[in-house]
Each structure stands twice: as C-alpha cells, then as structure tokens.
Design a protein around this ligand. Structure first.
Ligand code: NI
Length: 138
C-alpha cells in the first residue's frame, strides 16, 4: 500500500446505514476496505483499454410512452455500425419495457453507446456490463 491519506465524506444517514448493511452482508470488517474496493472497481472500469475488443450487455427499463424514445433507441442501435449483435424486448406492463442489447466492439465504442442510450430521458434504469470475448482468457 502507498501513502495512506485520510479523507472525510459527508453522507446522508440513510445512505450510510444502507451501505453499512450491504458491506456487513458481504463480510467487510470496516468501511474503509469496502470504500477502497468500490474505488478500485470504478478505476478498473474507467481505465480499461478503450481499444480492447469486448462483448457487453446493456440492460435497461424504459417507459415506451415517452415521446420519441422508442425511435431514439432504435436509431442509436442502427447508427452503431454493426456493434449491436442482438436485442431482446419484453413488455413488462402497460408503460414499462425491458430491453437487453448485446454488443461487441472496442471497449470505448461500446461504453459510449451504452452511456448515450442510458442518458435518454425515459430510460429509468440501466446497466452496462462489459465482459471478455473469452479469447484472452485461458
Ligand atoms: Ni415494450
């Protein structure tokens, strides 16, 4: 470990209580180690080689009654130049749709497409999961 620096963070009590419960379940003995792991995970995600070939899934829930949203989602996928391999759509209820988009491409391209889609108004929640093509793993 390098130089240790102490820092303070202001959090809502409820947020901290929720965090403590989660890290307790995961077996962390203290908050510092849990926060270090969160930061490391984020740094790895953000610093991954932009040119590495990856596969990814973008899972999202959105309101299909939001004007123009369905068109924007389809348009973004068509513009992705073959990086979208497949998409699955489930009508959850009268308003909500679940969609899973499977992509393959350079890490940076896939991430930008995911960020763009998740930023559309009406997309309620979503997560991009980037994984390996398997070729670089034994
Ligand atoms: Ni639907």
């Amino acid at each position: 470990m390098g130089d240790l620096v102490r820092t303070g963070v202001s959090l809502e009590r409820e947020l901290l209580e929720g965090f403590d419960k989660v890290i307790g379940r995961k077996g962390y003995r203290n908050r510092s180690e849990a926060i270090r792991d969160l930061i490391r995970e984020r740094l790895v995600d953000e610093q991954a080689d932009e040119n590495r070939m990856v596969v990814a899934t973008l899972t999202m829930v959105y309101d299909h009654h939001r004007p123009q949203l369905s068109e924007k989602l389809i348009d973004a996928q068509h513009r992705a130049g073959g990086r979208v391999l497949a998409a699955t759509h489930v009508h959850l209820d009268h308003h909500n749709c679940l969609e899973v988009i499977i992509m393959k491409g350079r890490s940076g391209e896939v991430r930008r497409l995911g960020d763009q889609i998740l930023s559309f108004r009406g997309v309620k929640h979503g997560r991009l999961v980037i994984t390996t093509t398997g070729r670089d793993l034994k």
